[in-house]
Design a binder for this molecule. Structure first.
Ligand SMILES: *Cc1c(COP(=O)(O)O)cnc(C)c1O
Length: 393
């Protein structure tokens, strides 16, 4: 009985914010999308040439404060290129959270390297710098040619934190740990466009970072991604490697590396320019929705609404409820009740070390990750939700 009553109370709190059925995250196209995409169609510049790609890159750099942005086909490709250019090699290990979307680990695998799973912090839902540090003190050895995992003998290629649901990890502390152990820091900022850490945009703290513009992200290009970096050489190399490593020439086809066809098509970039123009407004709306949820769940039994850390200003890409440890048994009932009512909710990803494809990888103890894996529920988060009225024009 307790269980049923508590689940219904959570449904009730959600209903007090959402006046109608809602999906988890719907894109919003109310700006110049039609205009810019039409221009691509009218001029025939839909693909690998056209002005929108460069325009989108310049807009991204300006918005994030990164020196350079390189637009690519998706966030996974952006991660792959970041790792390759940061020097991740075959048989390396790459330190990543276990609580992340599978793409973070897949990009490591594409380099022929192995994910090495790191514990996350309950306060950020991302990599826990203190636990990473004590783990490294146990296993890492800094040698002349790199930092090695003493227990496996493999080199550690990089550390790749991920800003879960848009909430920044403690970047200053993490960057300090990376410096101490001479490890490259790359950010998986796929979910955190518009999120800042102590007034500075996420994705600008390490050597480079990856953004995603998939259909469910804060802004979308249909499918797309970008690499951010403050390093011109890194950016030039990323551009080269993602455009088949072709040397510029008026007619000759000369390629000086085995490159990738990872370039973002112009028609996707056109969509991106229109979306980026609206991003400040989206974030305002998303933060206001988060405020409504926070109020609705104040004092709720057995559950809390996840709020940003004091150092952060989050985009609240996906809002999340966290069940108390003693209420884990409510999760499936809440998922059942809400989805039945047309309020789309989802559990967090299965921690990657529990997937058979990655269960053999090196890792530290992951009790917080495993616990959060059972207690997180994502709730509707589209911009414009929760205004208390019909959005019909
Ligand atoms: C969305 C996402 C990606 C991958 O982005 P795609 O554009 O879908 O390839 C990578 N990492 C995280 C954490 C993501 O949420």
């Amino acid at each position: 009985m307790r269980k049923r009553a508590e689940s219904l109370a959570i449904l009730q709190s959600l209903r007090s914010v959402l006046t109608e059925p809602a999906v988890l995250h719907a894109p919003s196209f109310e700006g110049n999308e039609w205009l810019y995409v039409k221009e691509c169609l009218d001029t025939g510049w839909v693909s690998s040439a056209g002005s929108y790609v460069e325009r989108f890159e310049a807009m991204l750099a300006k918005y994030t404060g990164a020196r350079r942005a390189v637009a690519v086909v998706n966030g996974t490709a952006a991660l792959h290129i970041c790792m390759l250019l940061a020097g991740v090699k075959k048989n390396d290990e790459v330190l990543i959270p276990s609580l992340t979307f599978v793409a973070t680990a897949n990009a490591v695998s594409y380099c022929g390297a192995l994910p090495h799973f790191i514990e996350c912090a309950e306060e950020s839902l991302g990599v826990d710098p203190a636990k990473l540090e004590s783990h490294l003190q146990r296993i890492a050895e800094v040698r002349a040619d790199g930092t090695y995992n003493r227990t496996t003998g493999r080199r550690i290629g990089a550390v790749v934190p991920m800003h879960t649901f848009g909430h920044p990890v403690d970047l200053d502390t993490l960057a300090e740990v990376c410096r101490r152990f001479q490890l490259e820091l790359l950010e998986d900022a796929a979910e955190s466009l518009g999120s800042c850490y102590k007034g500075r945009h996420t994705g600008t703290f390490g050597r480079a970072s990856a953004l995603s513009f998939n259909g469910n992200k804060v802004i979308t290009t249909g499918g797309g991604g970008a690499i951010l970096t403050n390093d011109d050489e890194f950016a030039d190399a990323a551009k080269h490697l993602t455009t088949t490593a072709k040397l510029p020439h008026r007619w000759e086809f000369v390629h000086d590396l085995i490159g990738y066809n990872y370039r973002m098509p112009n028609i996707n970039a056109a969509l991106g320019c229109a979306q980026l123009e609206q991003l400040p407004g989206f974030i305002e709306q998303k933060r206001s929705l988060a405020g409504l949820y926070r109020t609705a769940f104040e004092g709720a039994a057995g559950v809390r609404f996840f709020s940003e850390a004091p150092y952060a200003r989050s985009n609240y890409w996906l809002n999340a409820l966290i069940l108390e440890e003693s209420r884990v048994d409510l999760r499936d009932e809440i998922l059942e009740l809400t989805n039945q009512e047309g309020i789309m909710t989802r559990p967090v990803w299965t921690p990657l070390h529990l997937l058979p494809i990655y269960s053999g990888c090196p890792r530290m103890e992951l009790p917080v990750t495993e616990s959060l894996g059972r207690r997180v529920i994502n709730i509707p988060s589209s911009p414009g939700l929760g205004k208390g009225g019909s959005p019909c024009p």
